[in-house]
Design a protein around this ligand. Structure first.
Ligand code: NDP
Length: 243
């Protein structure tokens, strides 16, 4: 096993992309801080050199406390991956506003919390990387994705602004915009017709090959480029995805 000694923080590491990233980075010996609400899922991975903490990214205080605790053990955060997110699909005319709020809180405020927690240290050190997981729905519209698009266009926009703030300090700020990939994400949508329609579309166009592990490998690739190279924005989809 290779040994890498710089701390990587991954939010939303209890399933999907985050869980695959945790496994991929752990294989190369990186020390990790894994954050999500379902701590048992992260602990069950039994990864070496890894701290797991139950954190809701909306709560900046507990988010920051976990990062500082890990930094005491492993040194300063070199990579912050703001990946935690929720997708509750619905049309704007009828969807419960609480679902909009949940998406905006987790997907936007959670990412901003994660960035602020590490930005000042990274500026001081003139080194570090922040990777925000946006979505293809952060650059183009999709039906029933009103509030989700609002949140992910938000992530795309705030990442671009943060890149401008951080580039004079040699800190990379990247965003990745994946297309449809099978994970637990769709399962939180409360309208079964929308879930069925989404799955039918994916199957009918044949967009079923790409995996969460493919997305994790791509993020790892972007991070492992030299600090002086910024793969600013990555759109990654199944080859068969038609939109
Ligand atoms: P999953 O639902 O499998 O994973 C989401 C992760 O986010 C879970 O670990 C969940 O953990 C965590 N999470 C959710 N809310 C919170 C919160 N308030 N605080 C802390 N952690 C939270 O979905 P994906 O892996 O697919 O999604 C990861 C990211 O990728 C999301 O930002 C999503 O929007 C984005 N994305 C996904 C696409 C896809 O098709 N799968 C496409 C484009 C973007 P827990 O519930 O334990 O807290």
């Amino acid at each position: 096993m290779k040994t890498n000694n710089k701390l990587i923080v991954i939010t939303g590491a209890s399933s999907g992309f985050g869980l695959e990233m945790a496994k991929a980075f752990a294989k190369e010996g990186y020390p990790l801080l894994l954050l999500a609400r379902r701590i048992e899922k992260m602990e069950a991975l039994e990864l070496p050199n890894t701290m797991c903490r139950k954190v809701d990214v909306i709560n900046k205080e507990s988010f920051e406390a976990a990062v500082r605790e890990a930094e005491e053990v492993y040194g300063k955060t070199d990579l912050m991956i703001n990946n935690a997110g929720v997708m509750l699909l619905g049309d704007i005319a009828t969807q419960d506003a609480q679902e909009w709020k949940t998406m905006l809180d987790v997907n936007v405020m959670g990412v901003m919390n994660g960035m602020q927690i590490v930005m000042n240290d990274m500026k001081e050190r003139r080194s570090g990387t922040i990777i925000n997981v946006s979505s293809i729905a952060g650059v183009q519209p999709f039906g029933n994705h009103g509030a989700y698009c609002a949140s992910k266009f938000g992530v795309t926009g705030l990442t671009r602004v943060a890149r401008g703030e951080m580039s004079p300090y040699n800190v990379r700020v990247l965003s990745i915009m994946p297309g449809a990939v099978t994970t637990e994400l769709l399962g939180h949508t409360t309208n079964q017709n929308i879930i069925d329609g989404y799955n039918e579309w994916k199957t009918s166009v044949g967009a079923v090959s790409i995996t969460a592990a493919d997305v994790a490998q791509t993020i790892k690739y972007a991070y492992e480029l030299p600090q002086g190279v910024s793969l600013r924005e990555i759109i990654i989809t199944d080859t068969m995805q038609d939109a």
